[in-house]
Design a protein around this ligand. Sequence first.
Ligand SMILES: [Zn+2]
Length: 189
Amino acid sequence: MRCPFCASEETQVKDSRPTEENTSIRRRRVCPDCGGRFTTFERVQLRELTVLKRSGRKVPFTREKLQHSVEVALRKRPVDAERIDRMISGIVRQLESSGETEIHSAEIGSLVMEALRGLDAVGYVRFASVYRDFREASDFQGVLGELARDVTRDMGDVPQAGTAVPAAVAEGEMPGSAHHDQAVAERKR
Ligand SMILES: [Zn+2]
């Protein structure tokens, strides 16, 4: 396995163990050339899937691409690598067991949204902004509204003004998020 940091071909396996659900083998590897450490997972691939893009183009489904887009959304977020891996596995399993061999990219996108929503609010908003291709403030507001409903539900159906939006989101990890409440409120009048 090539080192992702320096591209050396000489990486060594430090240890191998089955993951929690025993559906894959997790190997920790180290690169003797640069000292880089990384983890690989070995798992069964049940069937070949094709992704049908919005453009009509067809590309082979790969777990790696799915994982990459999730990792971009969760960059620098405090989410454990193994939880991310379980989430990806869950999505792949759903896709593989759907009975279809061609899957619309939108379908994958909504599965990812659904999973991220329970995992990390900031990652969810980041992914949603790319996947839904936000063009207007109201699109963004819609996603924040969904999150607010989640939080409200988690708090036992007690609506609590001002606590709905996760701090990292409210504090501008997304561009231009500060004034949307006001904008929407004004539009409603
Ligand atoms: Zn290396």
